[in-house]
Ligand binder design. Structure first.
Ligand SMILES: *Cc1c(COP(=O)(O)O)cnc(C)c1O
Length: 362
């Protein structure tokens, strides 16, 4: 069977046929019983993607891309009177700091270079010296470099010092491990169209139920107020028109994930695909941008080969049926990225590697 163009960008992903069909199944109104059932099903499945979250966390669904969920999380939970520390080592961490600034909640920023690890020592020093910092926001898989940030020591620190953790898990939710209880997690933001293999347009926040039920919203925005969404979603309703078709596709994608064996199985599959791509490109003289052991399972960042621009590489691979992804900011001329989420077969990876061999004449 002819394969579609394979998306190797970090979302949206190549959909399975089963998920694609769910997009066109039926038109439903978000005030009708069909929607109530669909919403309840998606919320329940999202809460149990990680068994440890099922007890104390609720999924709050918003229509919008991953950025929407991250901004809604910060809007709703980051205090206006206390402070939020943002730990950044890439585009997405820095974006969280910008979101807070835009909302008038000036962040405390501990920044590291984009190819480096997050700065644990500095975070510890800042937290111990400032009791008015109640929340710490950071990115799990920093898609900028592909680094899977090691959250365990940051989570343990937050737990020890009684600070609440807000995680951008947009590119890790569904594939990488998240330890809700050990890390003092207040909320996790993620999206339908990365490791969960849904279509773009729906994103969500898993937040502590007790906080949603008894806490007060800090949102300075009506549309991004998760407390408002939660109050209605527990009754099966939605305050605004939901992306119903995309929600149906997410439901199907979550069923597919469960049937395939869940998070561990998905991570194992990603690791198999990523290892093949990394090993094959290394043999062709294209090393990873950071050490292989620091990369997440869903994406690899590589140095651009000498004498080849990103545009040339992109266009040549595009002609052969693959979409790769550029670097961001100052890294845009020196790197490229290959994600391995979505409906990617072993045969697709064979063809990708053959295409690289052909292009590099090796
Ligand atoms: C993709 C991504 C986002 C933003 O998601 P959009 O869907 O592009 O809005 C945020 N954080 C991380 C870590 C991401 O990988």
């Amino acid at each position: 069977m002819k394969r579609p163009t394979i998306l190797l960008n970090p979302g949206p992903v190549t959909l399975t046929e089963r998920v694609r069909q769910a997009l066109v199944r039926e038109d439903i109104c978000h005030r009708e019983p069909e929607f109530v059932a669909l919403l309840a099903d998606v919320r329940a499945r999202l809460a149990r993607v990680y068994a440890a979250a099922d007890e104390g966390y609720e999924a709050v669904i918003v229509s919008g891309s991953g950025t929407c969920a991250v901004e809604a999380m910060l809007s709703s939970f980051a205090p206006g009177d206390g402070k939020t520390l943002v730990v950044a080592n890439g585009v997405y961490g820095e974006r969280m700091a910008t979101m807070l600034t835009v909302a008038g909640k000036e962040p405390v920023l501990v920044r590291a270079e984009w190819l480096d690890e997050m700065n644990l020592r500095e975070v510890e020093r800042v937290l111990e010296g400032d009791a008015s910092i109640s929340h710490v926001a950071l990115v799990h898989n920093e898609t900028t470099s592909g680094r899977l940030n090691d959250l365990a020591p940051f989570g343990a620190l937050c737990k020890r010092l009684g600070r609440a953790l807000l995680i951008d898990a947009v590119s890790s939710f569904g594939a990488e491990e998240l330890s809700f209880a050990d890390w003092n997690v207040a909320a996790v933001a993620a999206t339908a169209n990365k490791c969960l293999h849904g279509a773009p347009g729906i994103s969500f926040v898993l937040a502590r139920r007790d906080e949603l039920e008894t806490g007060a919203s800090r949102a300075g925005s009506l549309y991004l107020d998760l407390f408002r969404y939660h109050a209605q979603q527990v009754t099966g309703s939605s305050p605004f028109t939901s992306a119903v078709h995309v929600l149906a596709a997410l439901d199907e994608a979550l069923i597919e994930l469960e049937e395939a064996g869940g998070v561990e199985q998905r991570r194992a599959r990603y690791q198999t695909l990523a290892e093949r791509v990394r090993t094959s490109l290394d043999e062709l003289g294209i090393p990873t941008l950071i050490d292989r052991g620091s990369l997440s399972s869903m994406i690899s960042s590589f140095r651009l080969p000498d004498g080849c621009t990103y545009a040339e590489l992109h266009d040549a691979l595009r002609e052969r049926g693959f979409v790769i992804y550029a670097g961001q900011g100052a890294l845009s001329d020196s790197m490229f990225r290959i994600a391995n989420m979505g409906d990617i077969t072993d045969g697709d990876v064979d063809r990708l590697i053959a295409a690289f061999r052909e292009l590099l004449g090796r």
